[in-house]
Design a protein around this ligand. Sequence first.
Ligand code: MN
Length: 131
Amino acid sequence: MKRTILLIEDNEQNLYLATFLLENNGFEVVPARSGPEGIELAGRIQPDLIILDIQLPGMDGYAVARALRQNASLTRVPIVAVTSYAMVGDRERTLEAGCNGYIEKPINPETFKSQIEKHLKARPAGGGTQP
Ligand code: MN
């Protein structure tokens, strides 16, 4: 069974590149272009992993991560933050908001897959609601 990744990203170029890389590696990708859309989709599709852009218009990625973590059906779903902020403390902020990891923009096609796989391996296969 294909593993599903929910990709919350407002930038079309980043969305295109990440989708291309993930689909080439056998993942099914569901895009969301805003935080509220991502939160709604996450509860509905129960993805195996969520990739979350931190710089989103309106509701930012930190707020989205906190909202995702308030959904009991998503507590086991890894969230990987993506941000172009290179400031010290940003990593801690994403982790405090409920993310499991952090990828810096621009996305590096050489390492992207292994960065995602690392977080999938940390949990058993299957949907977010499985024991
Ligand atoms: Mn963005």
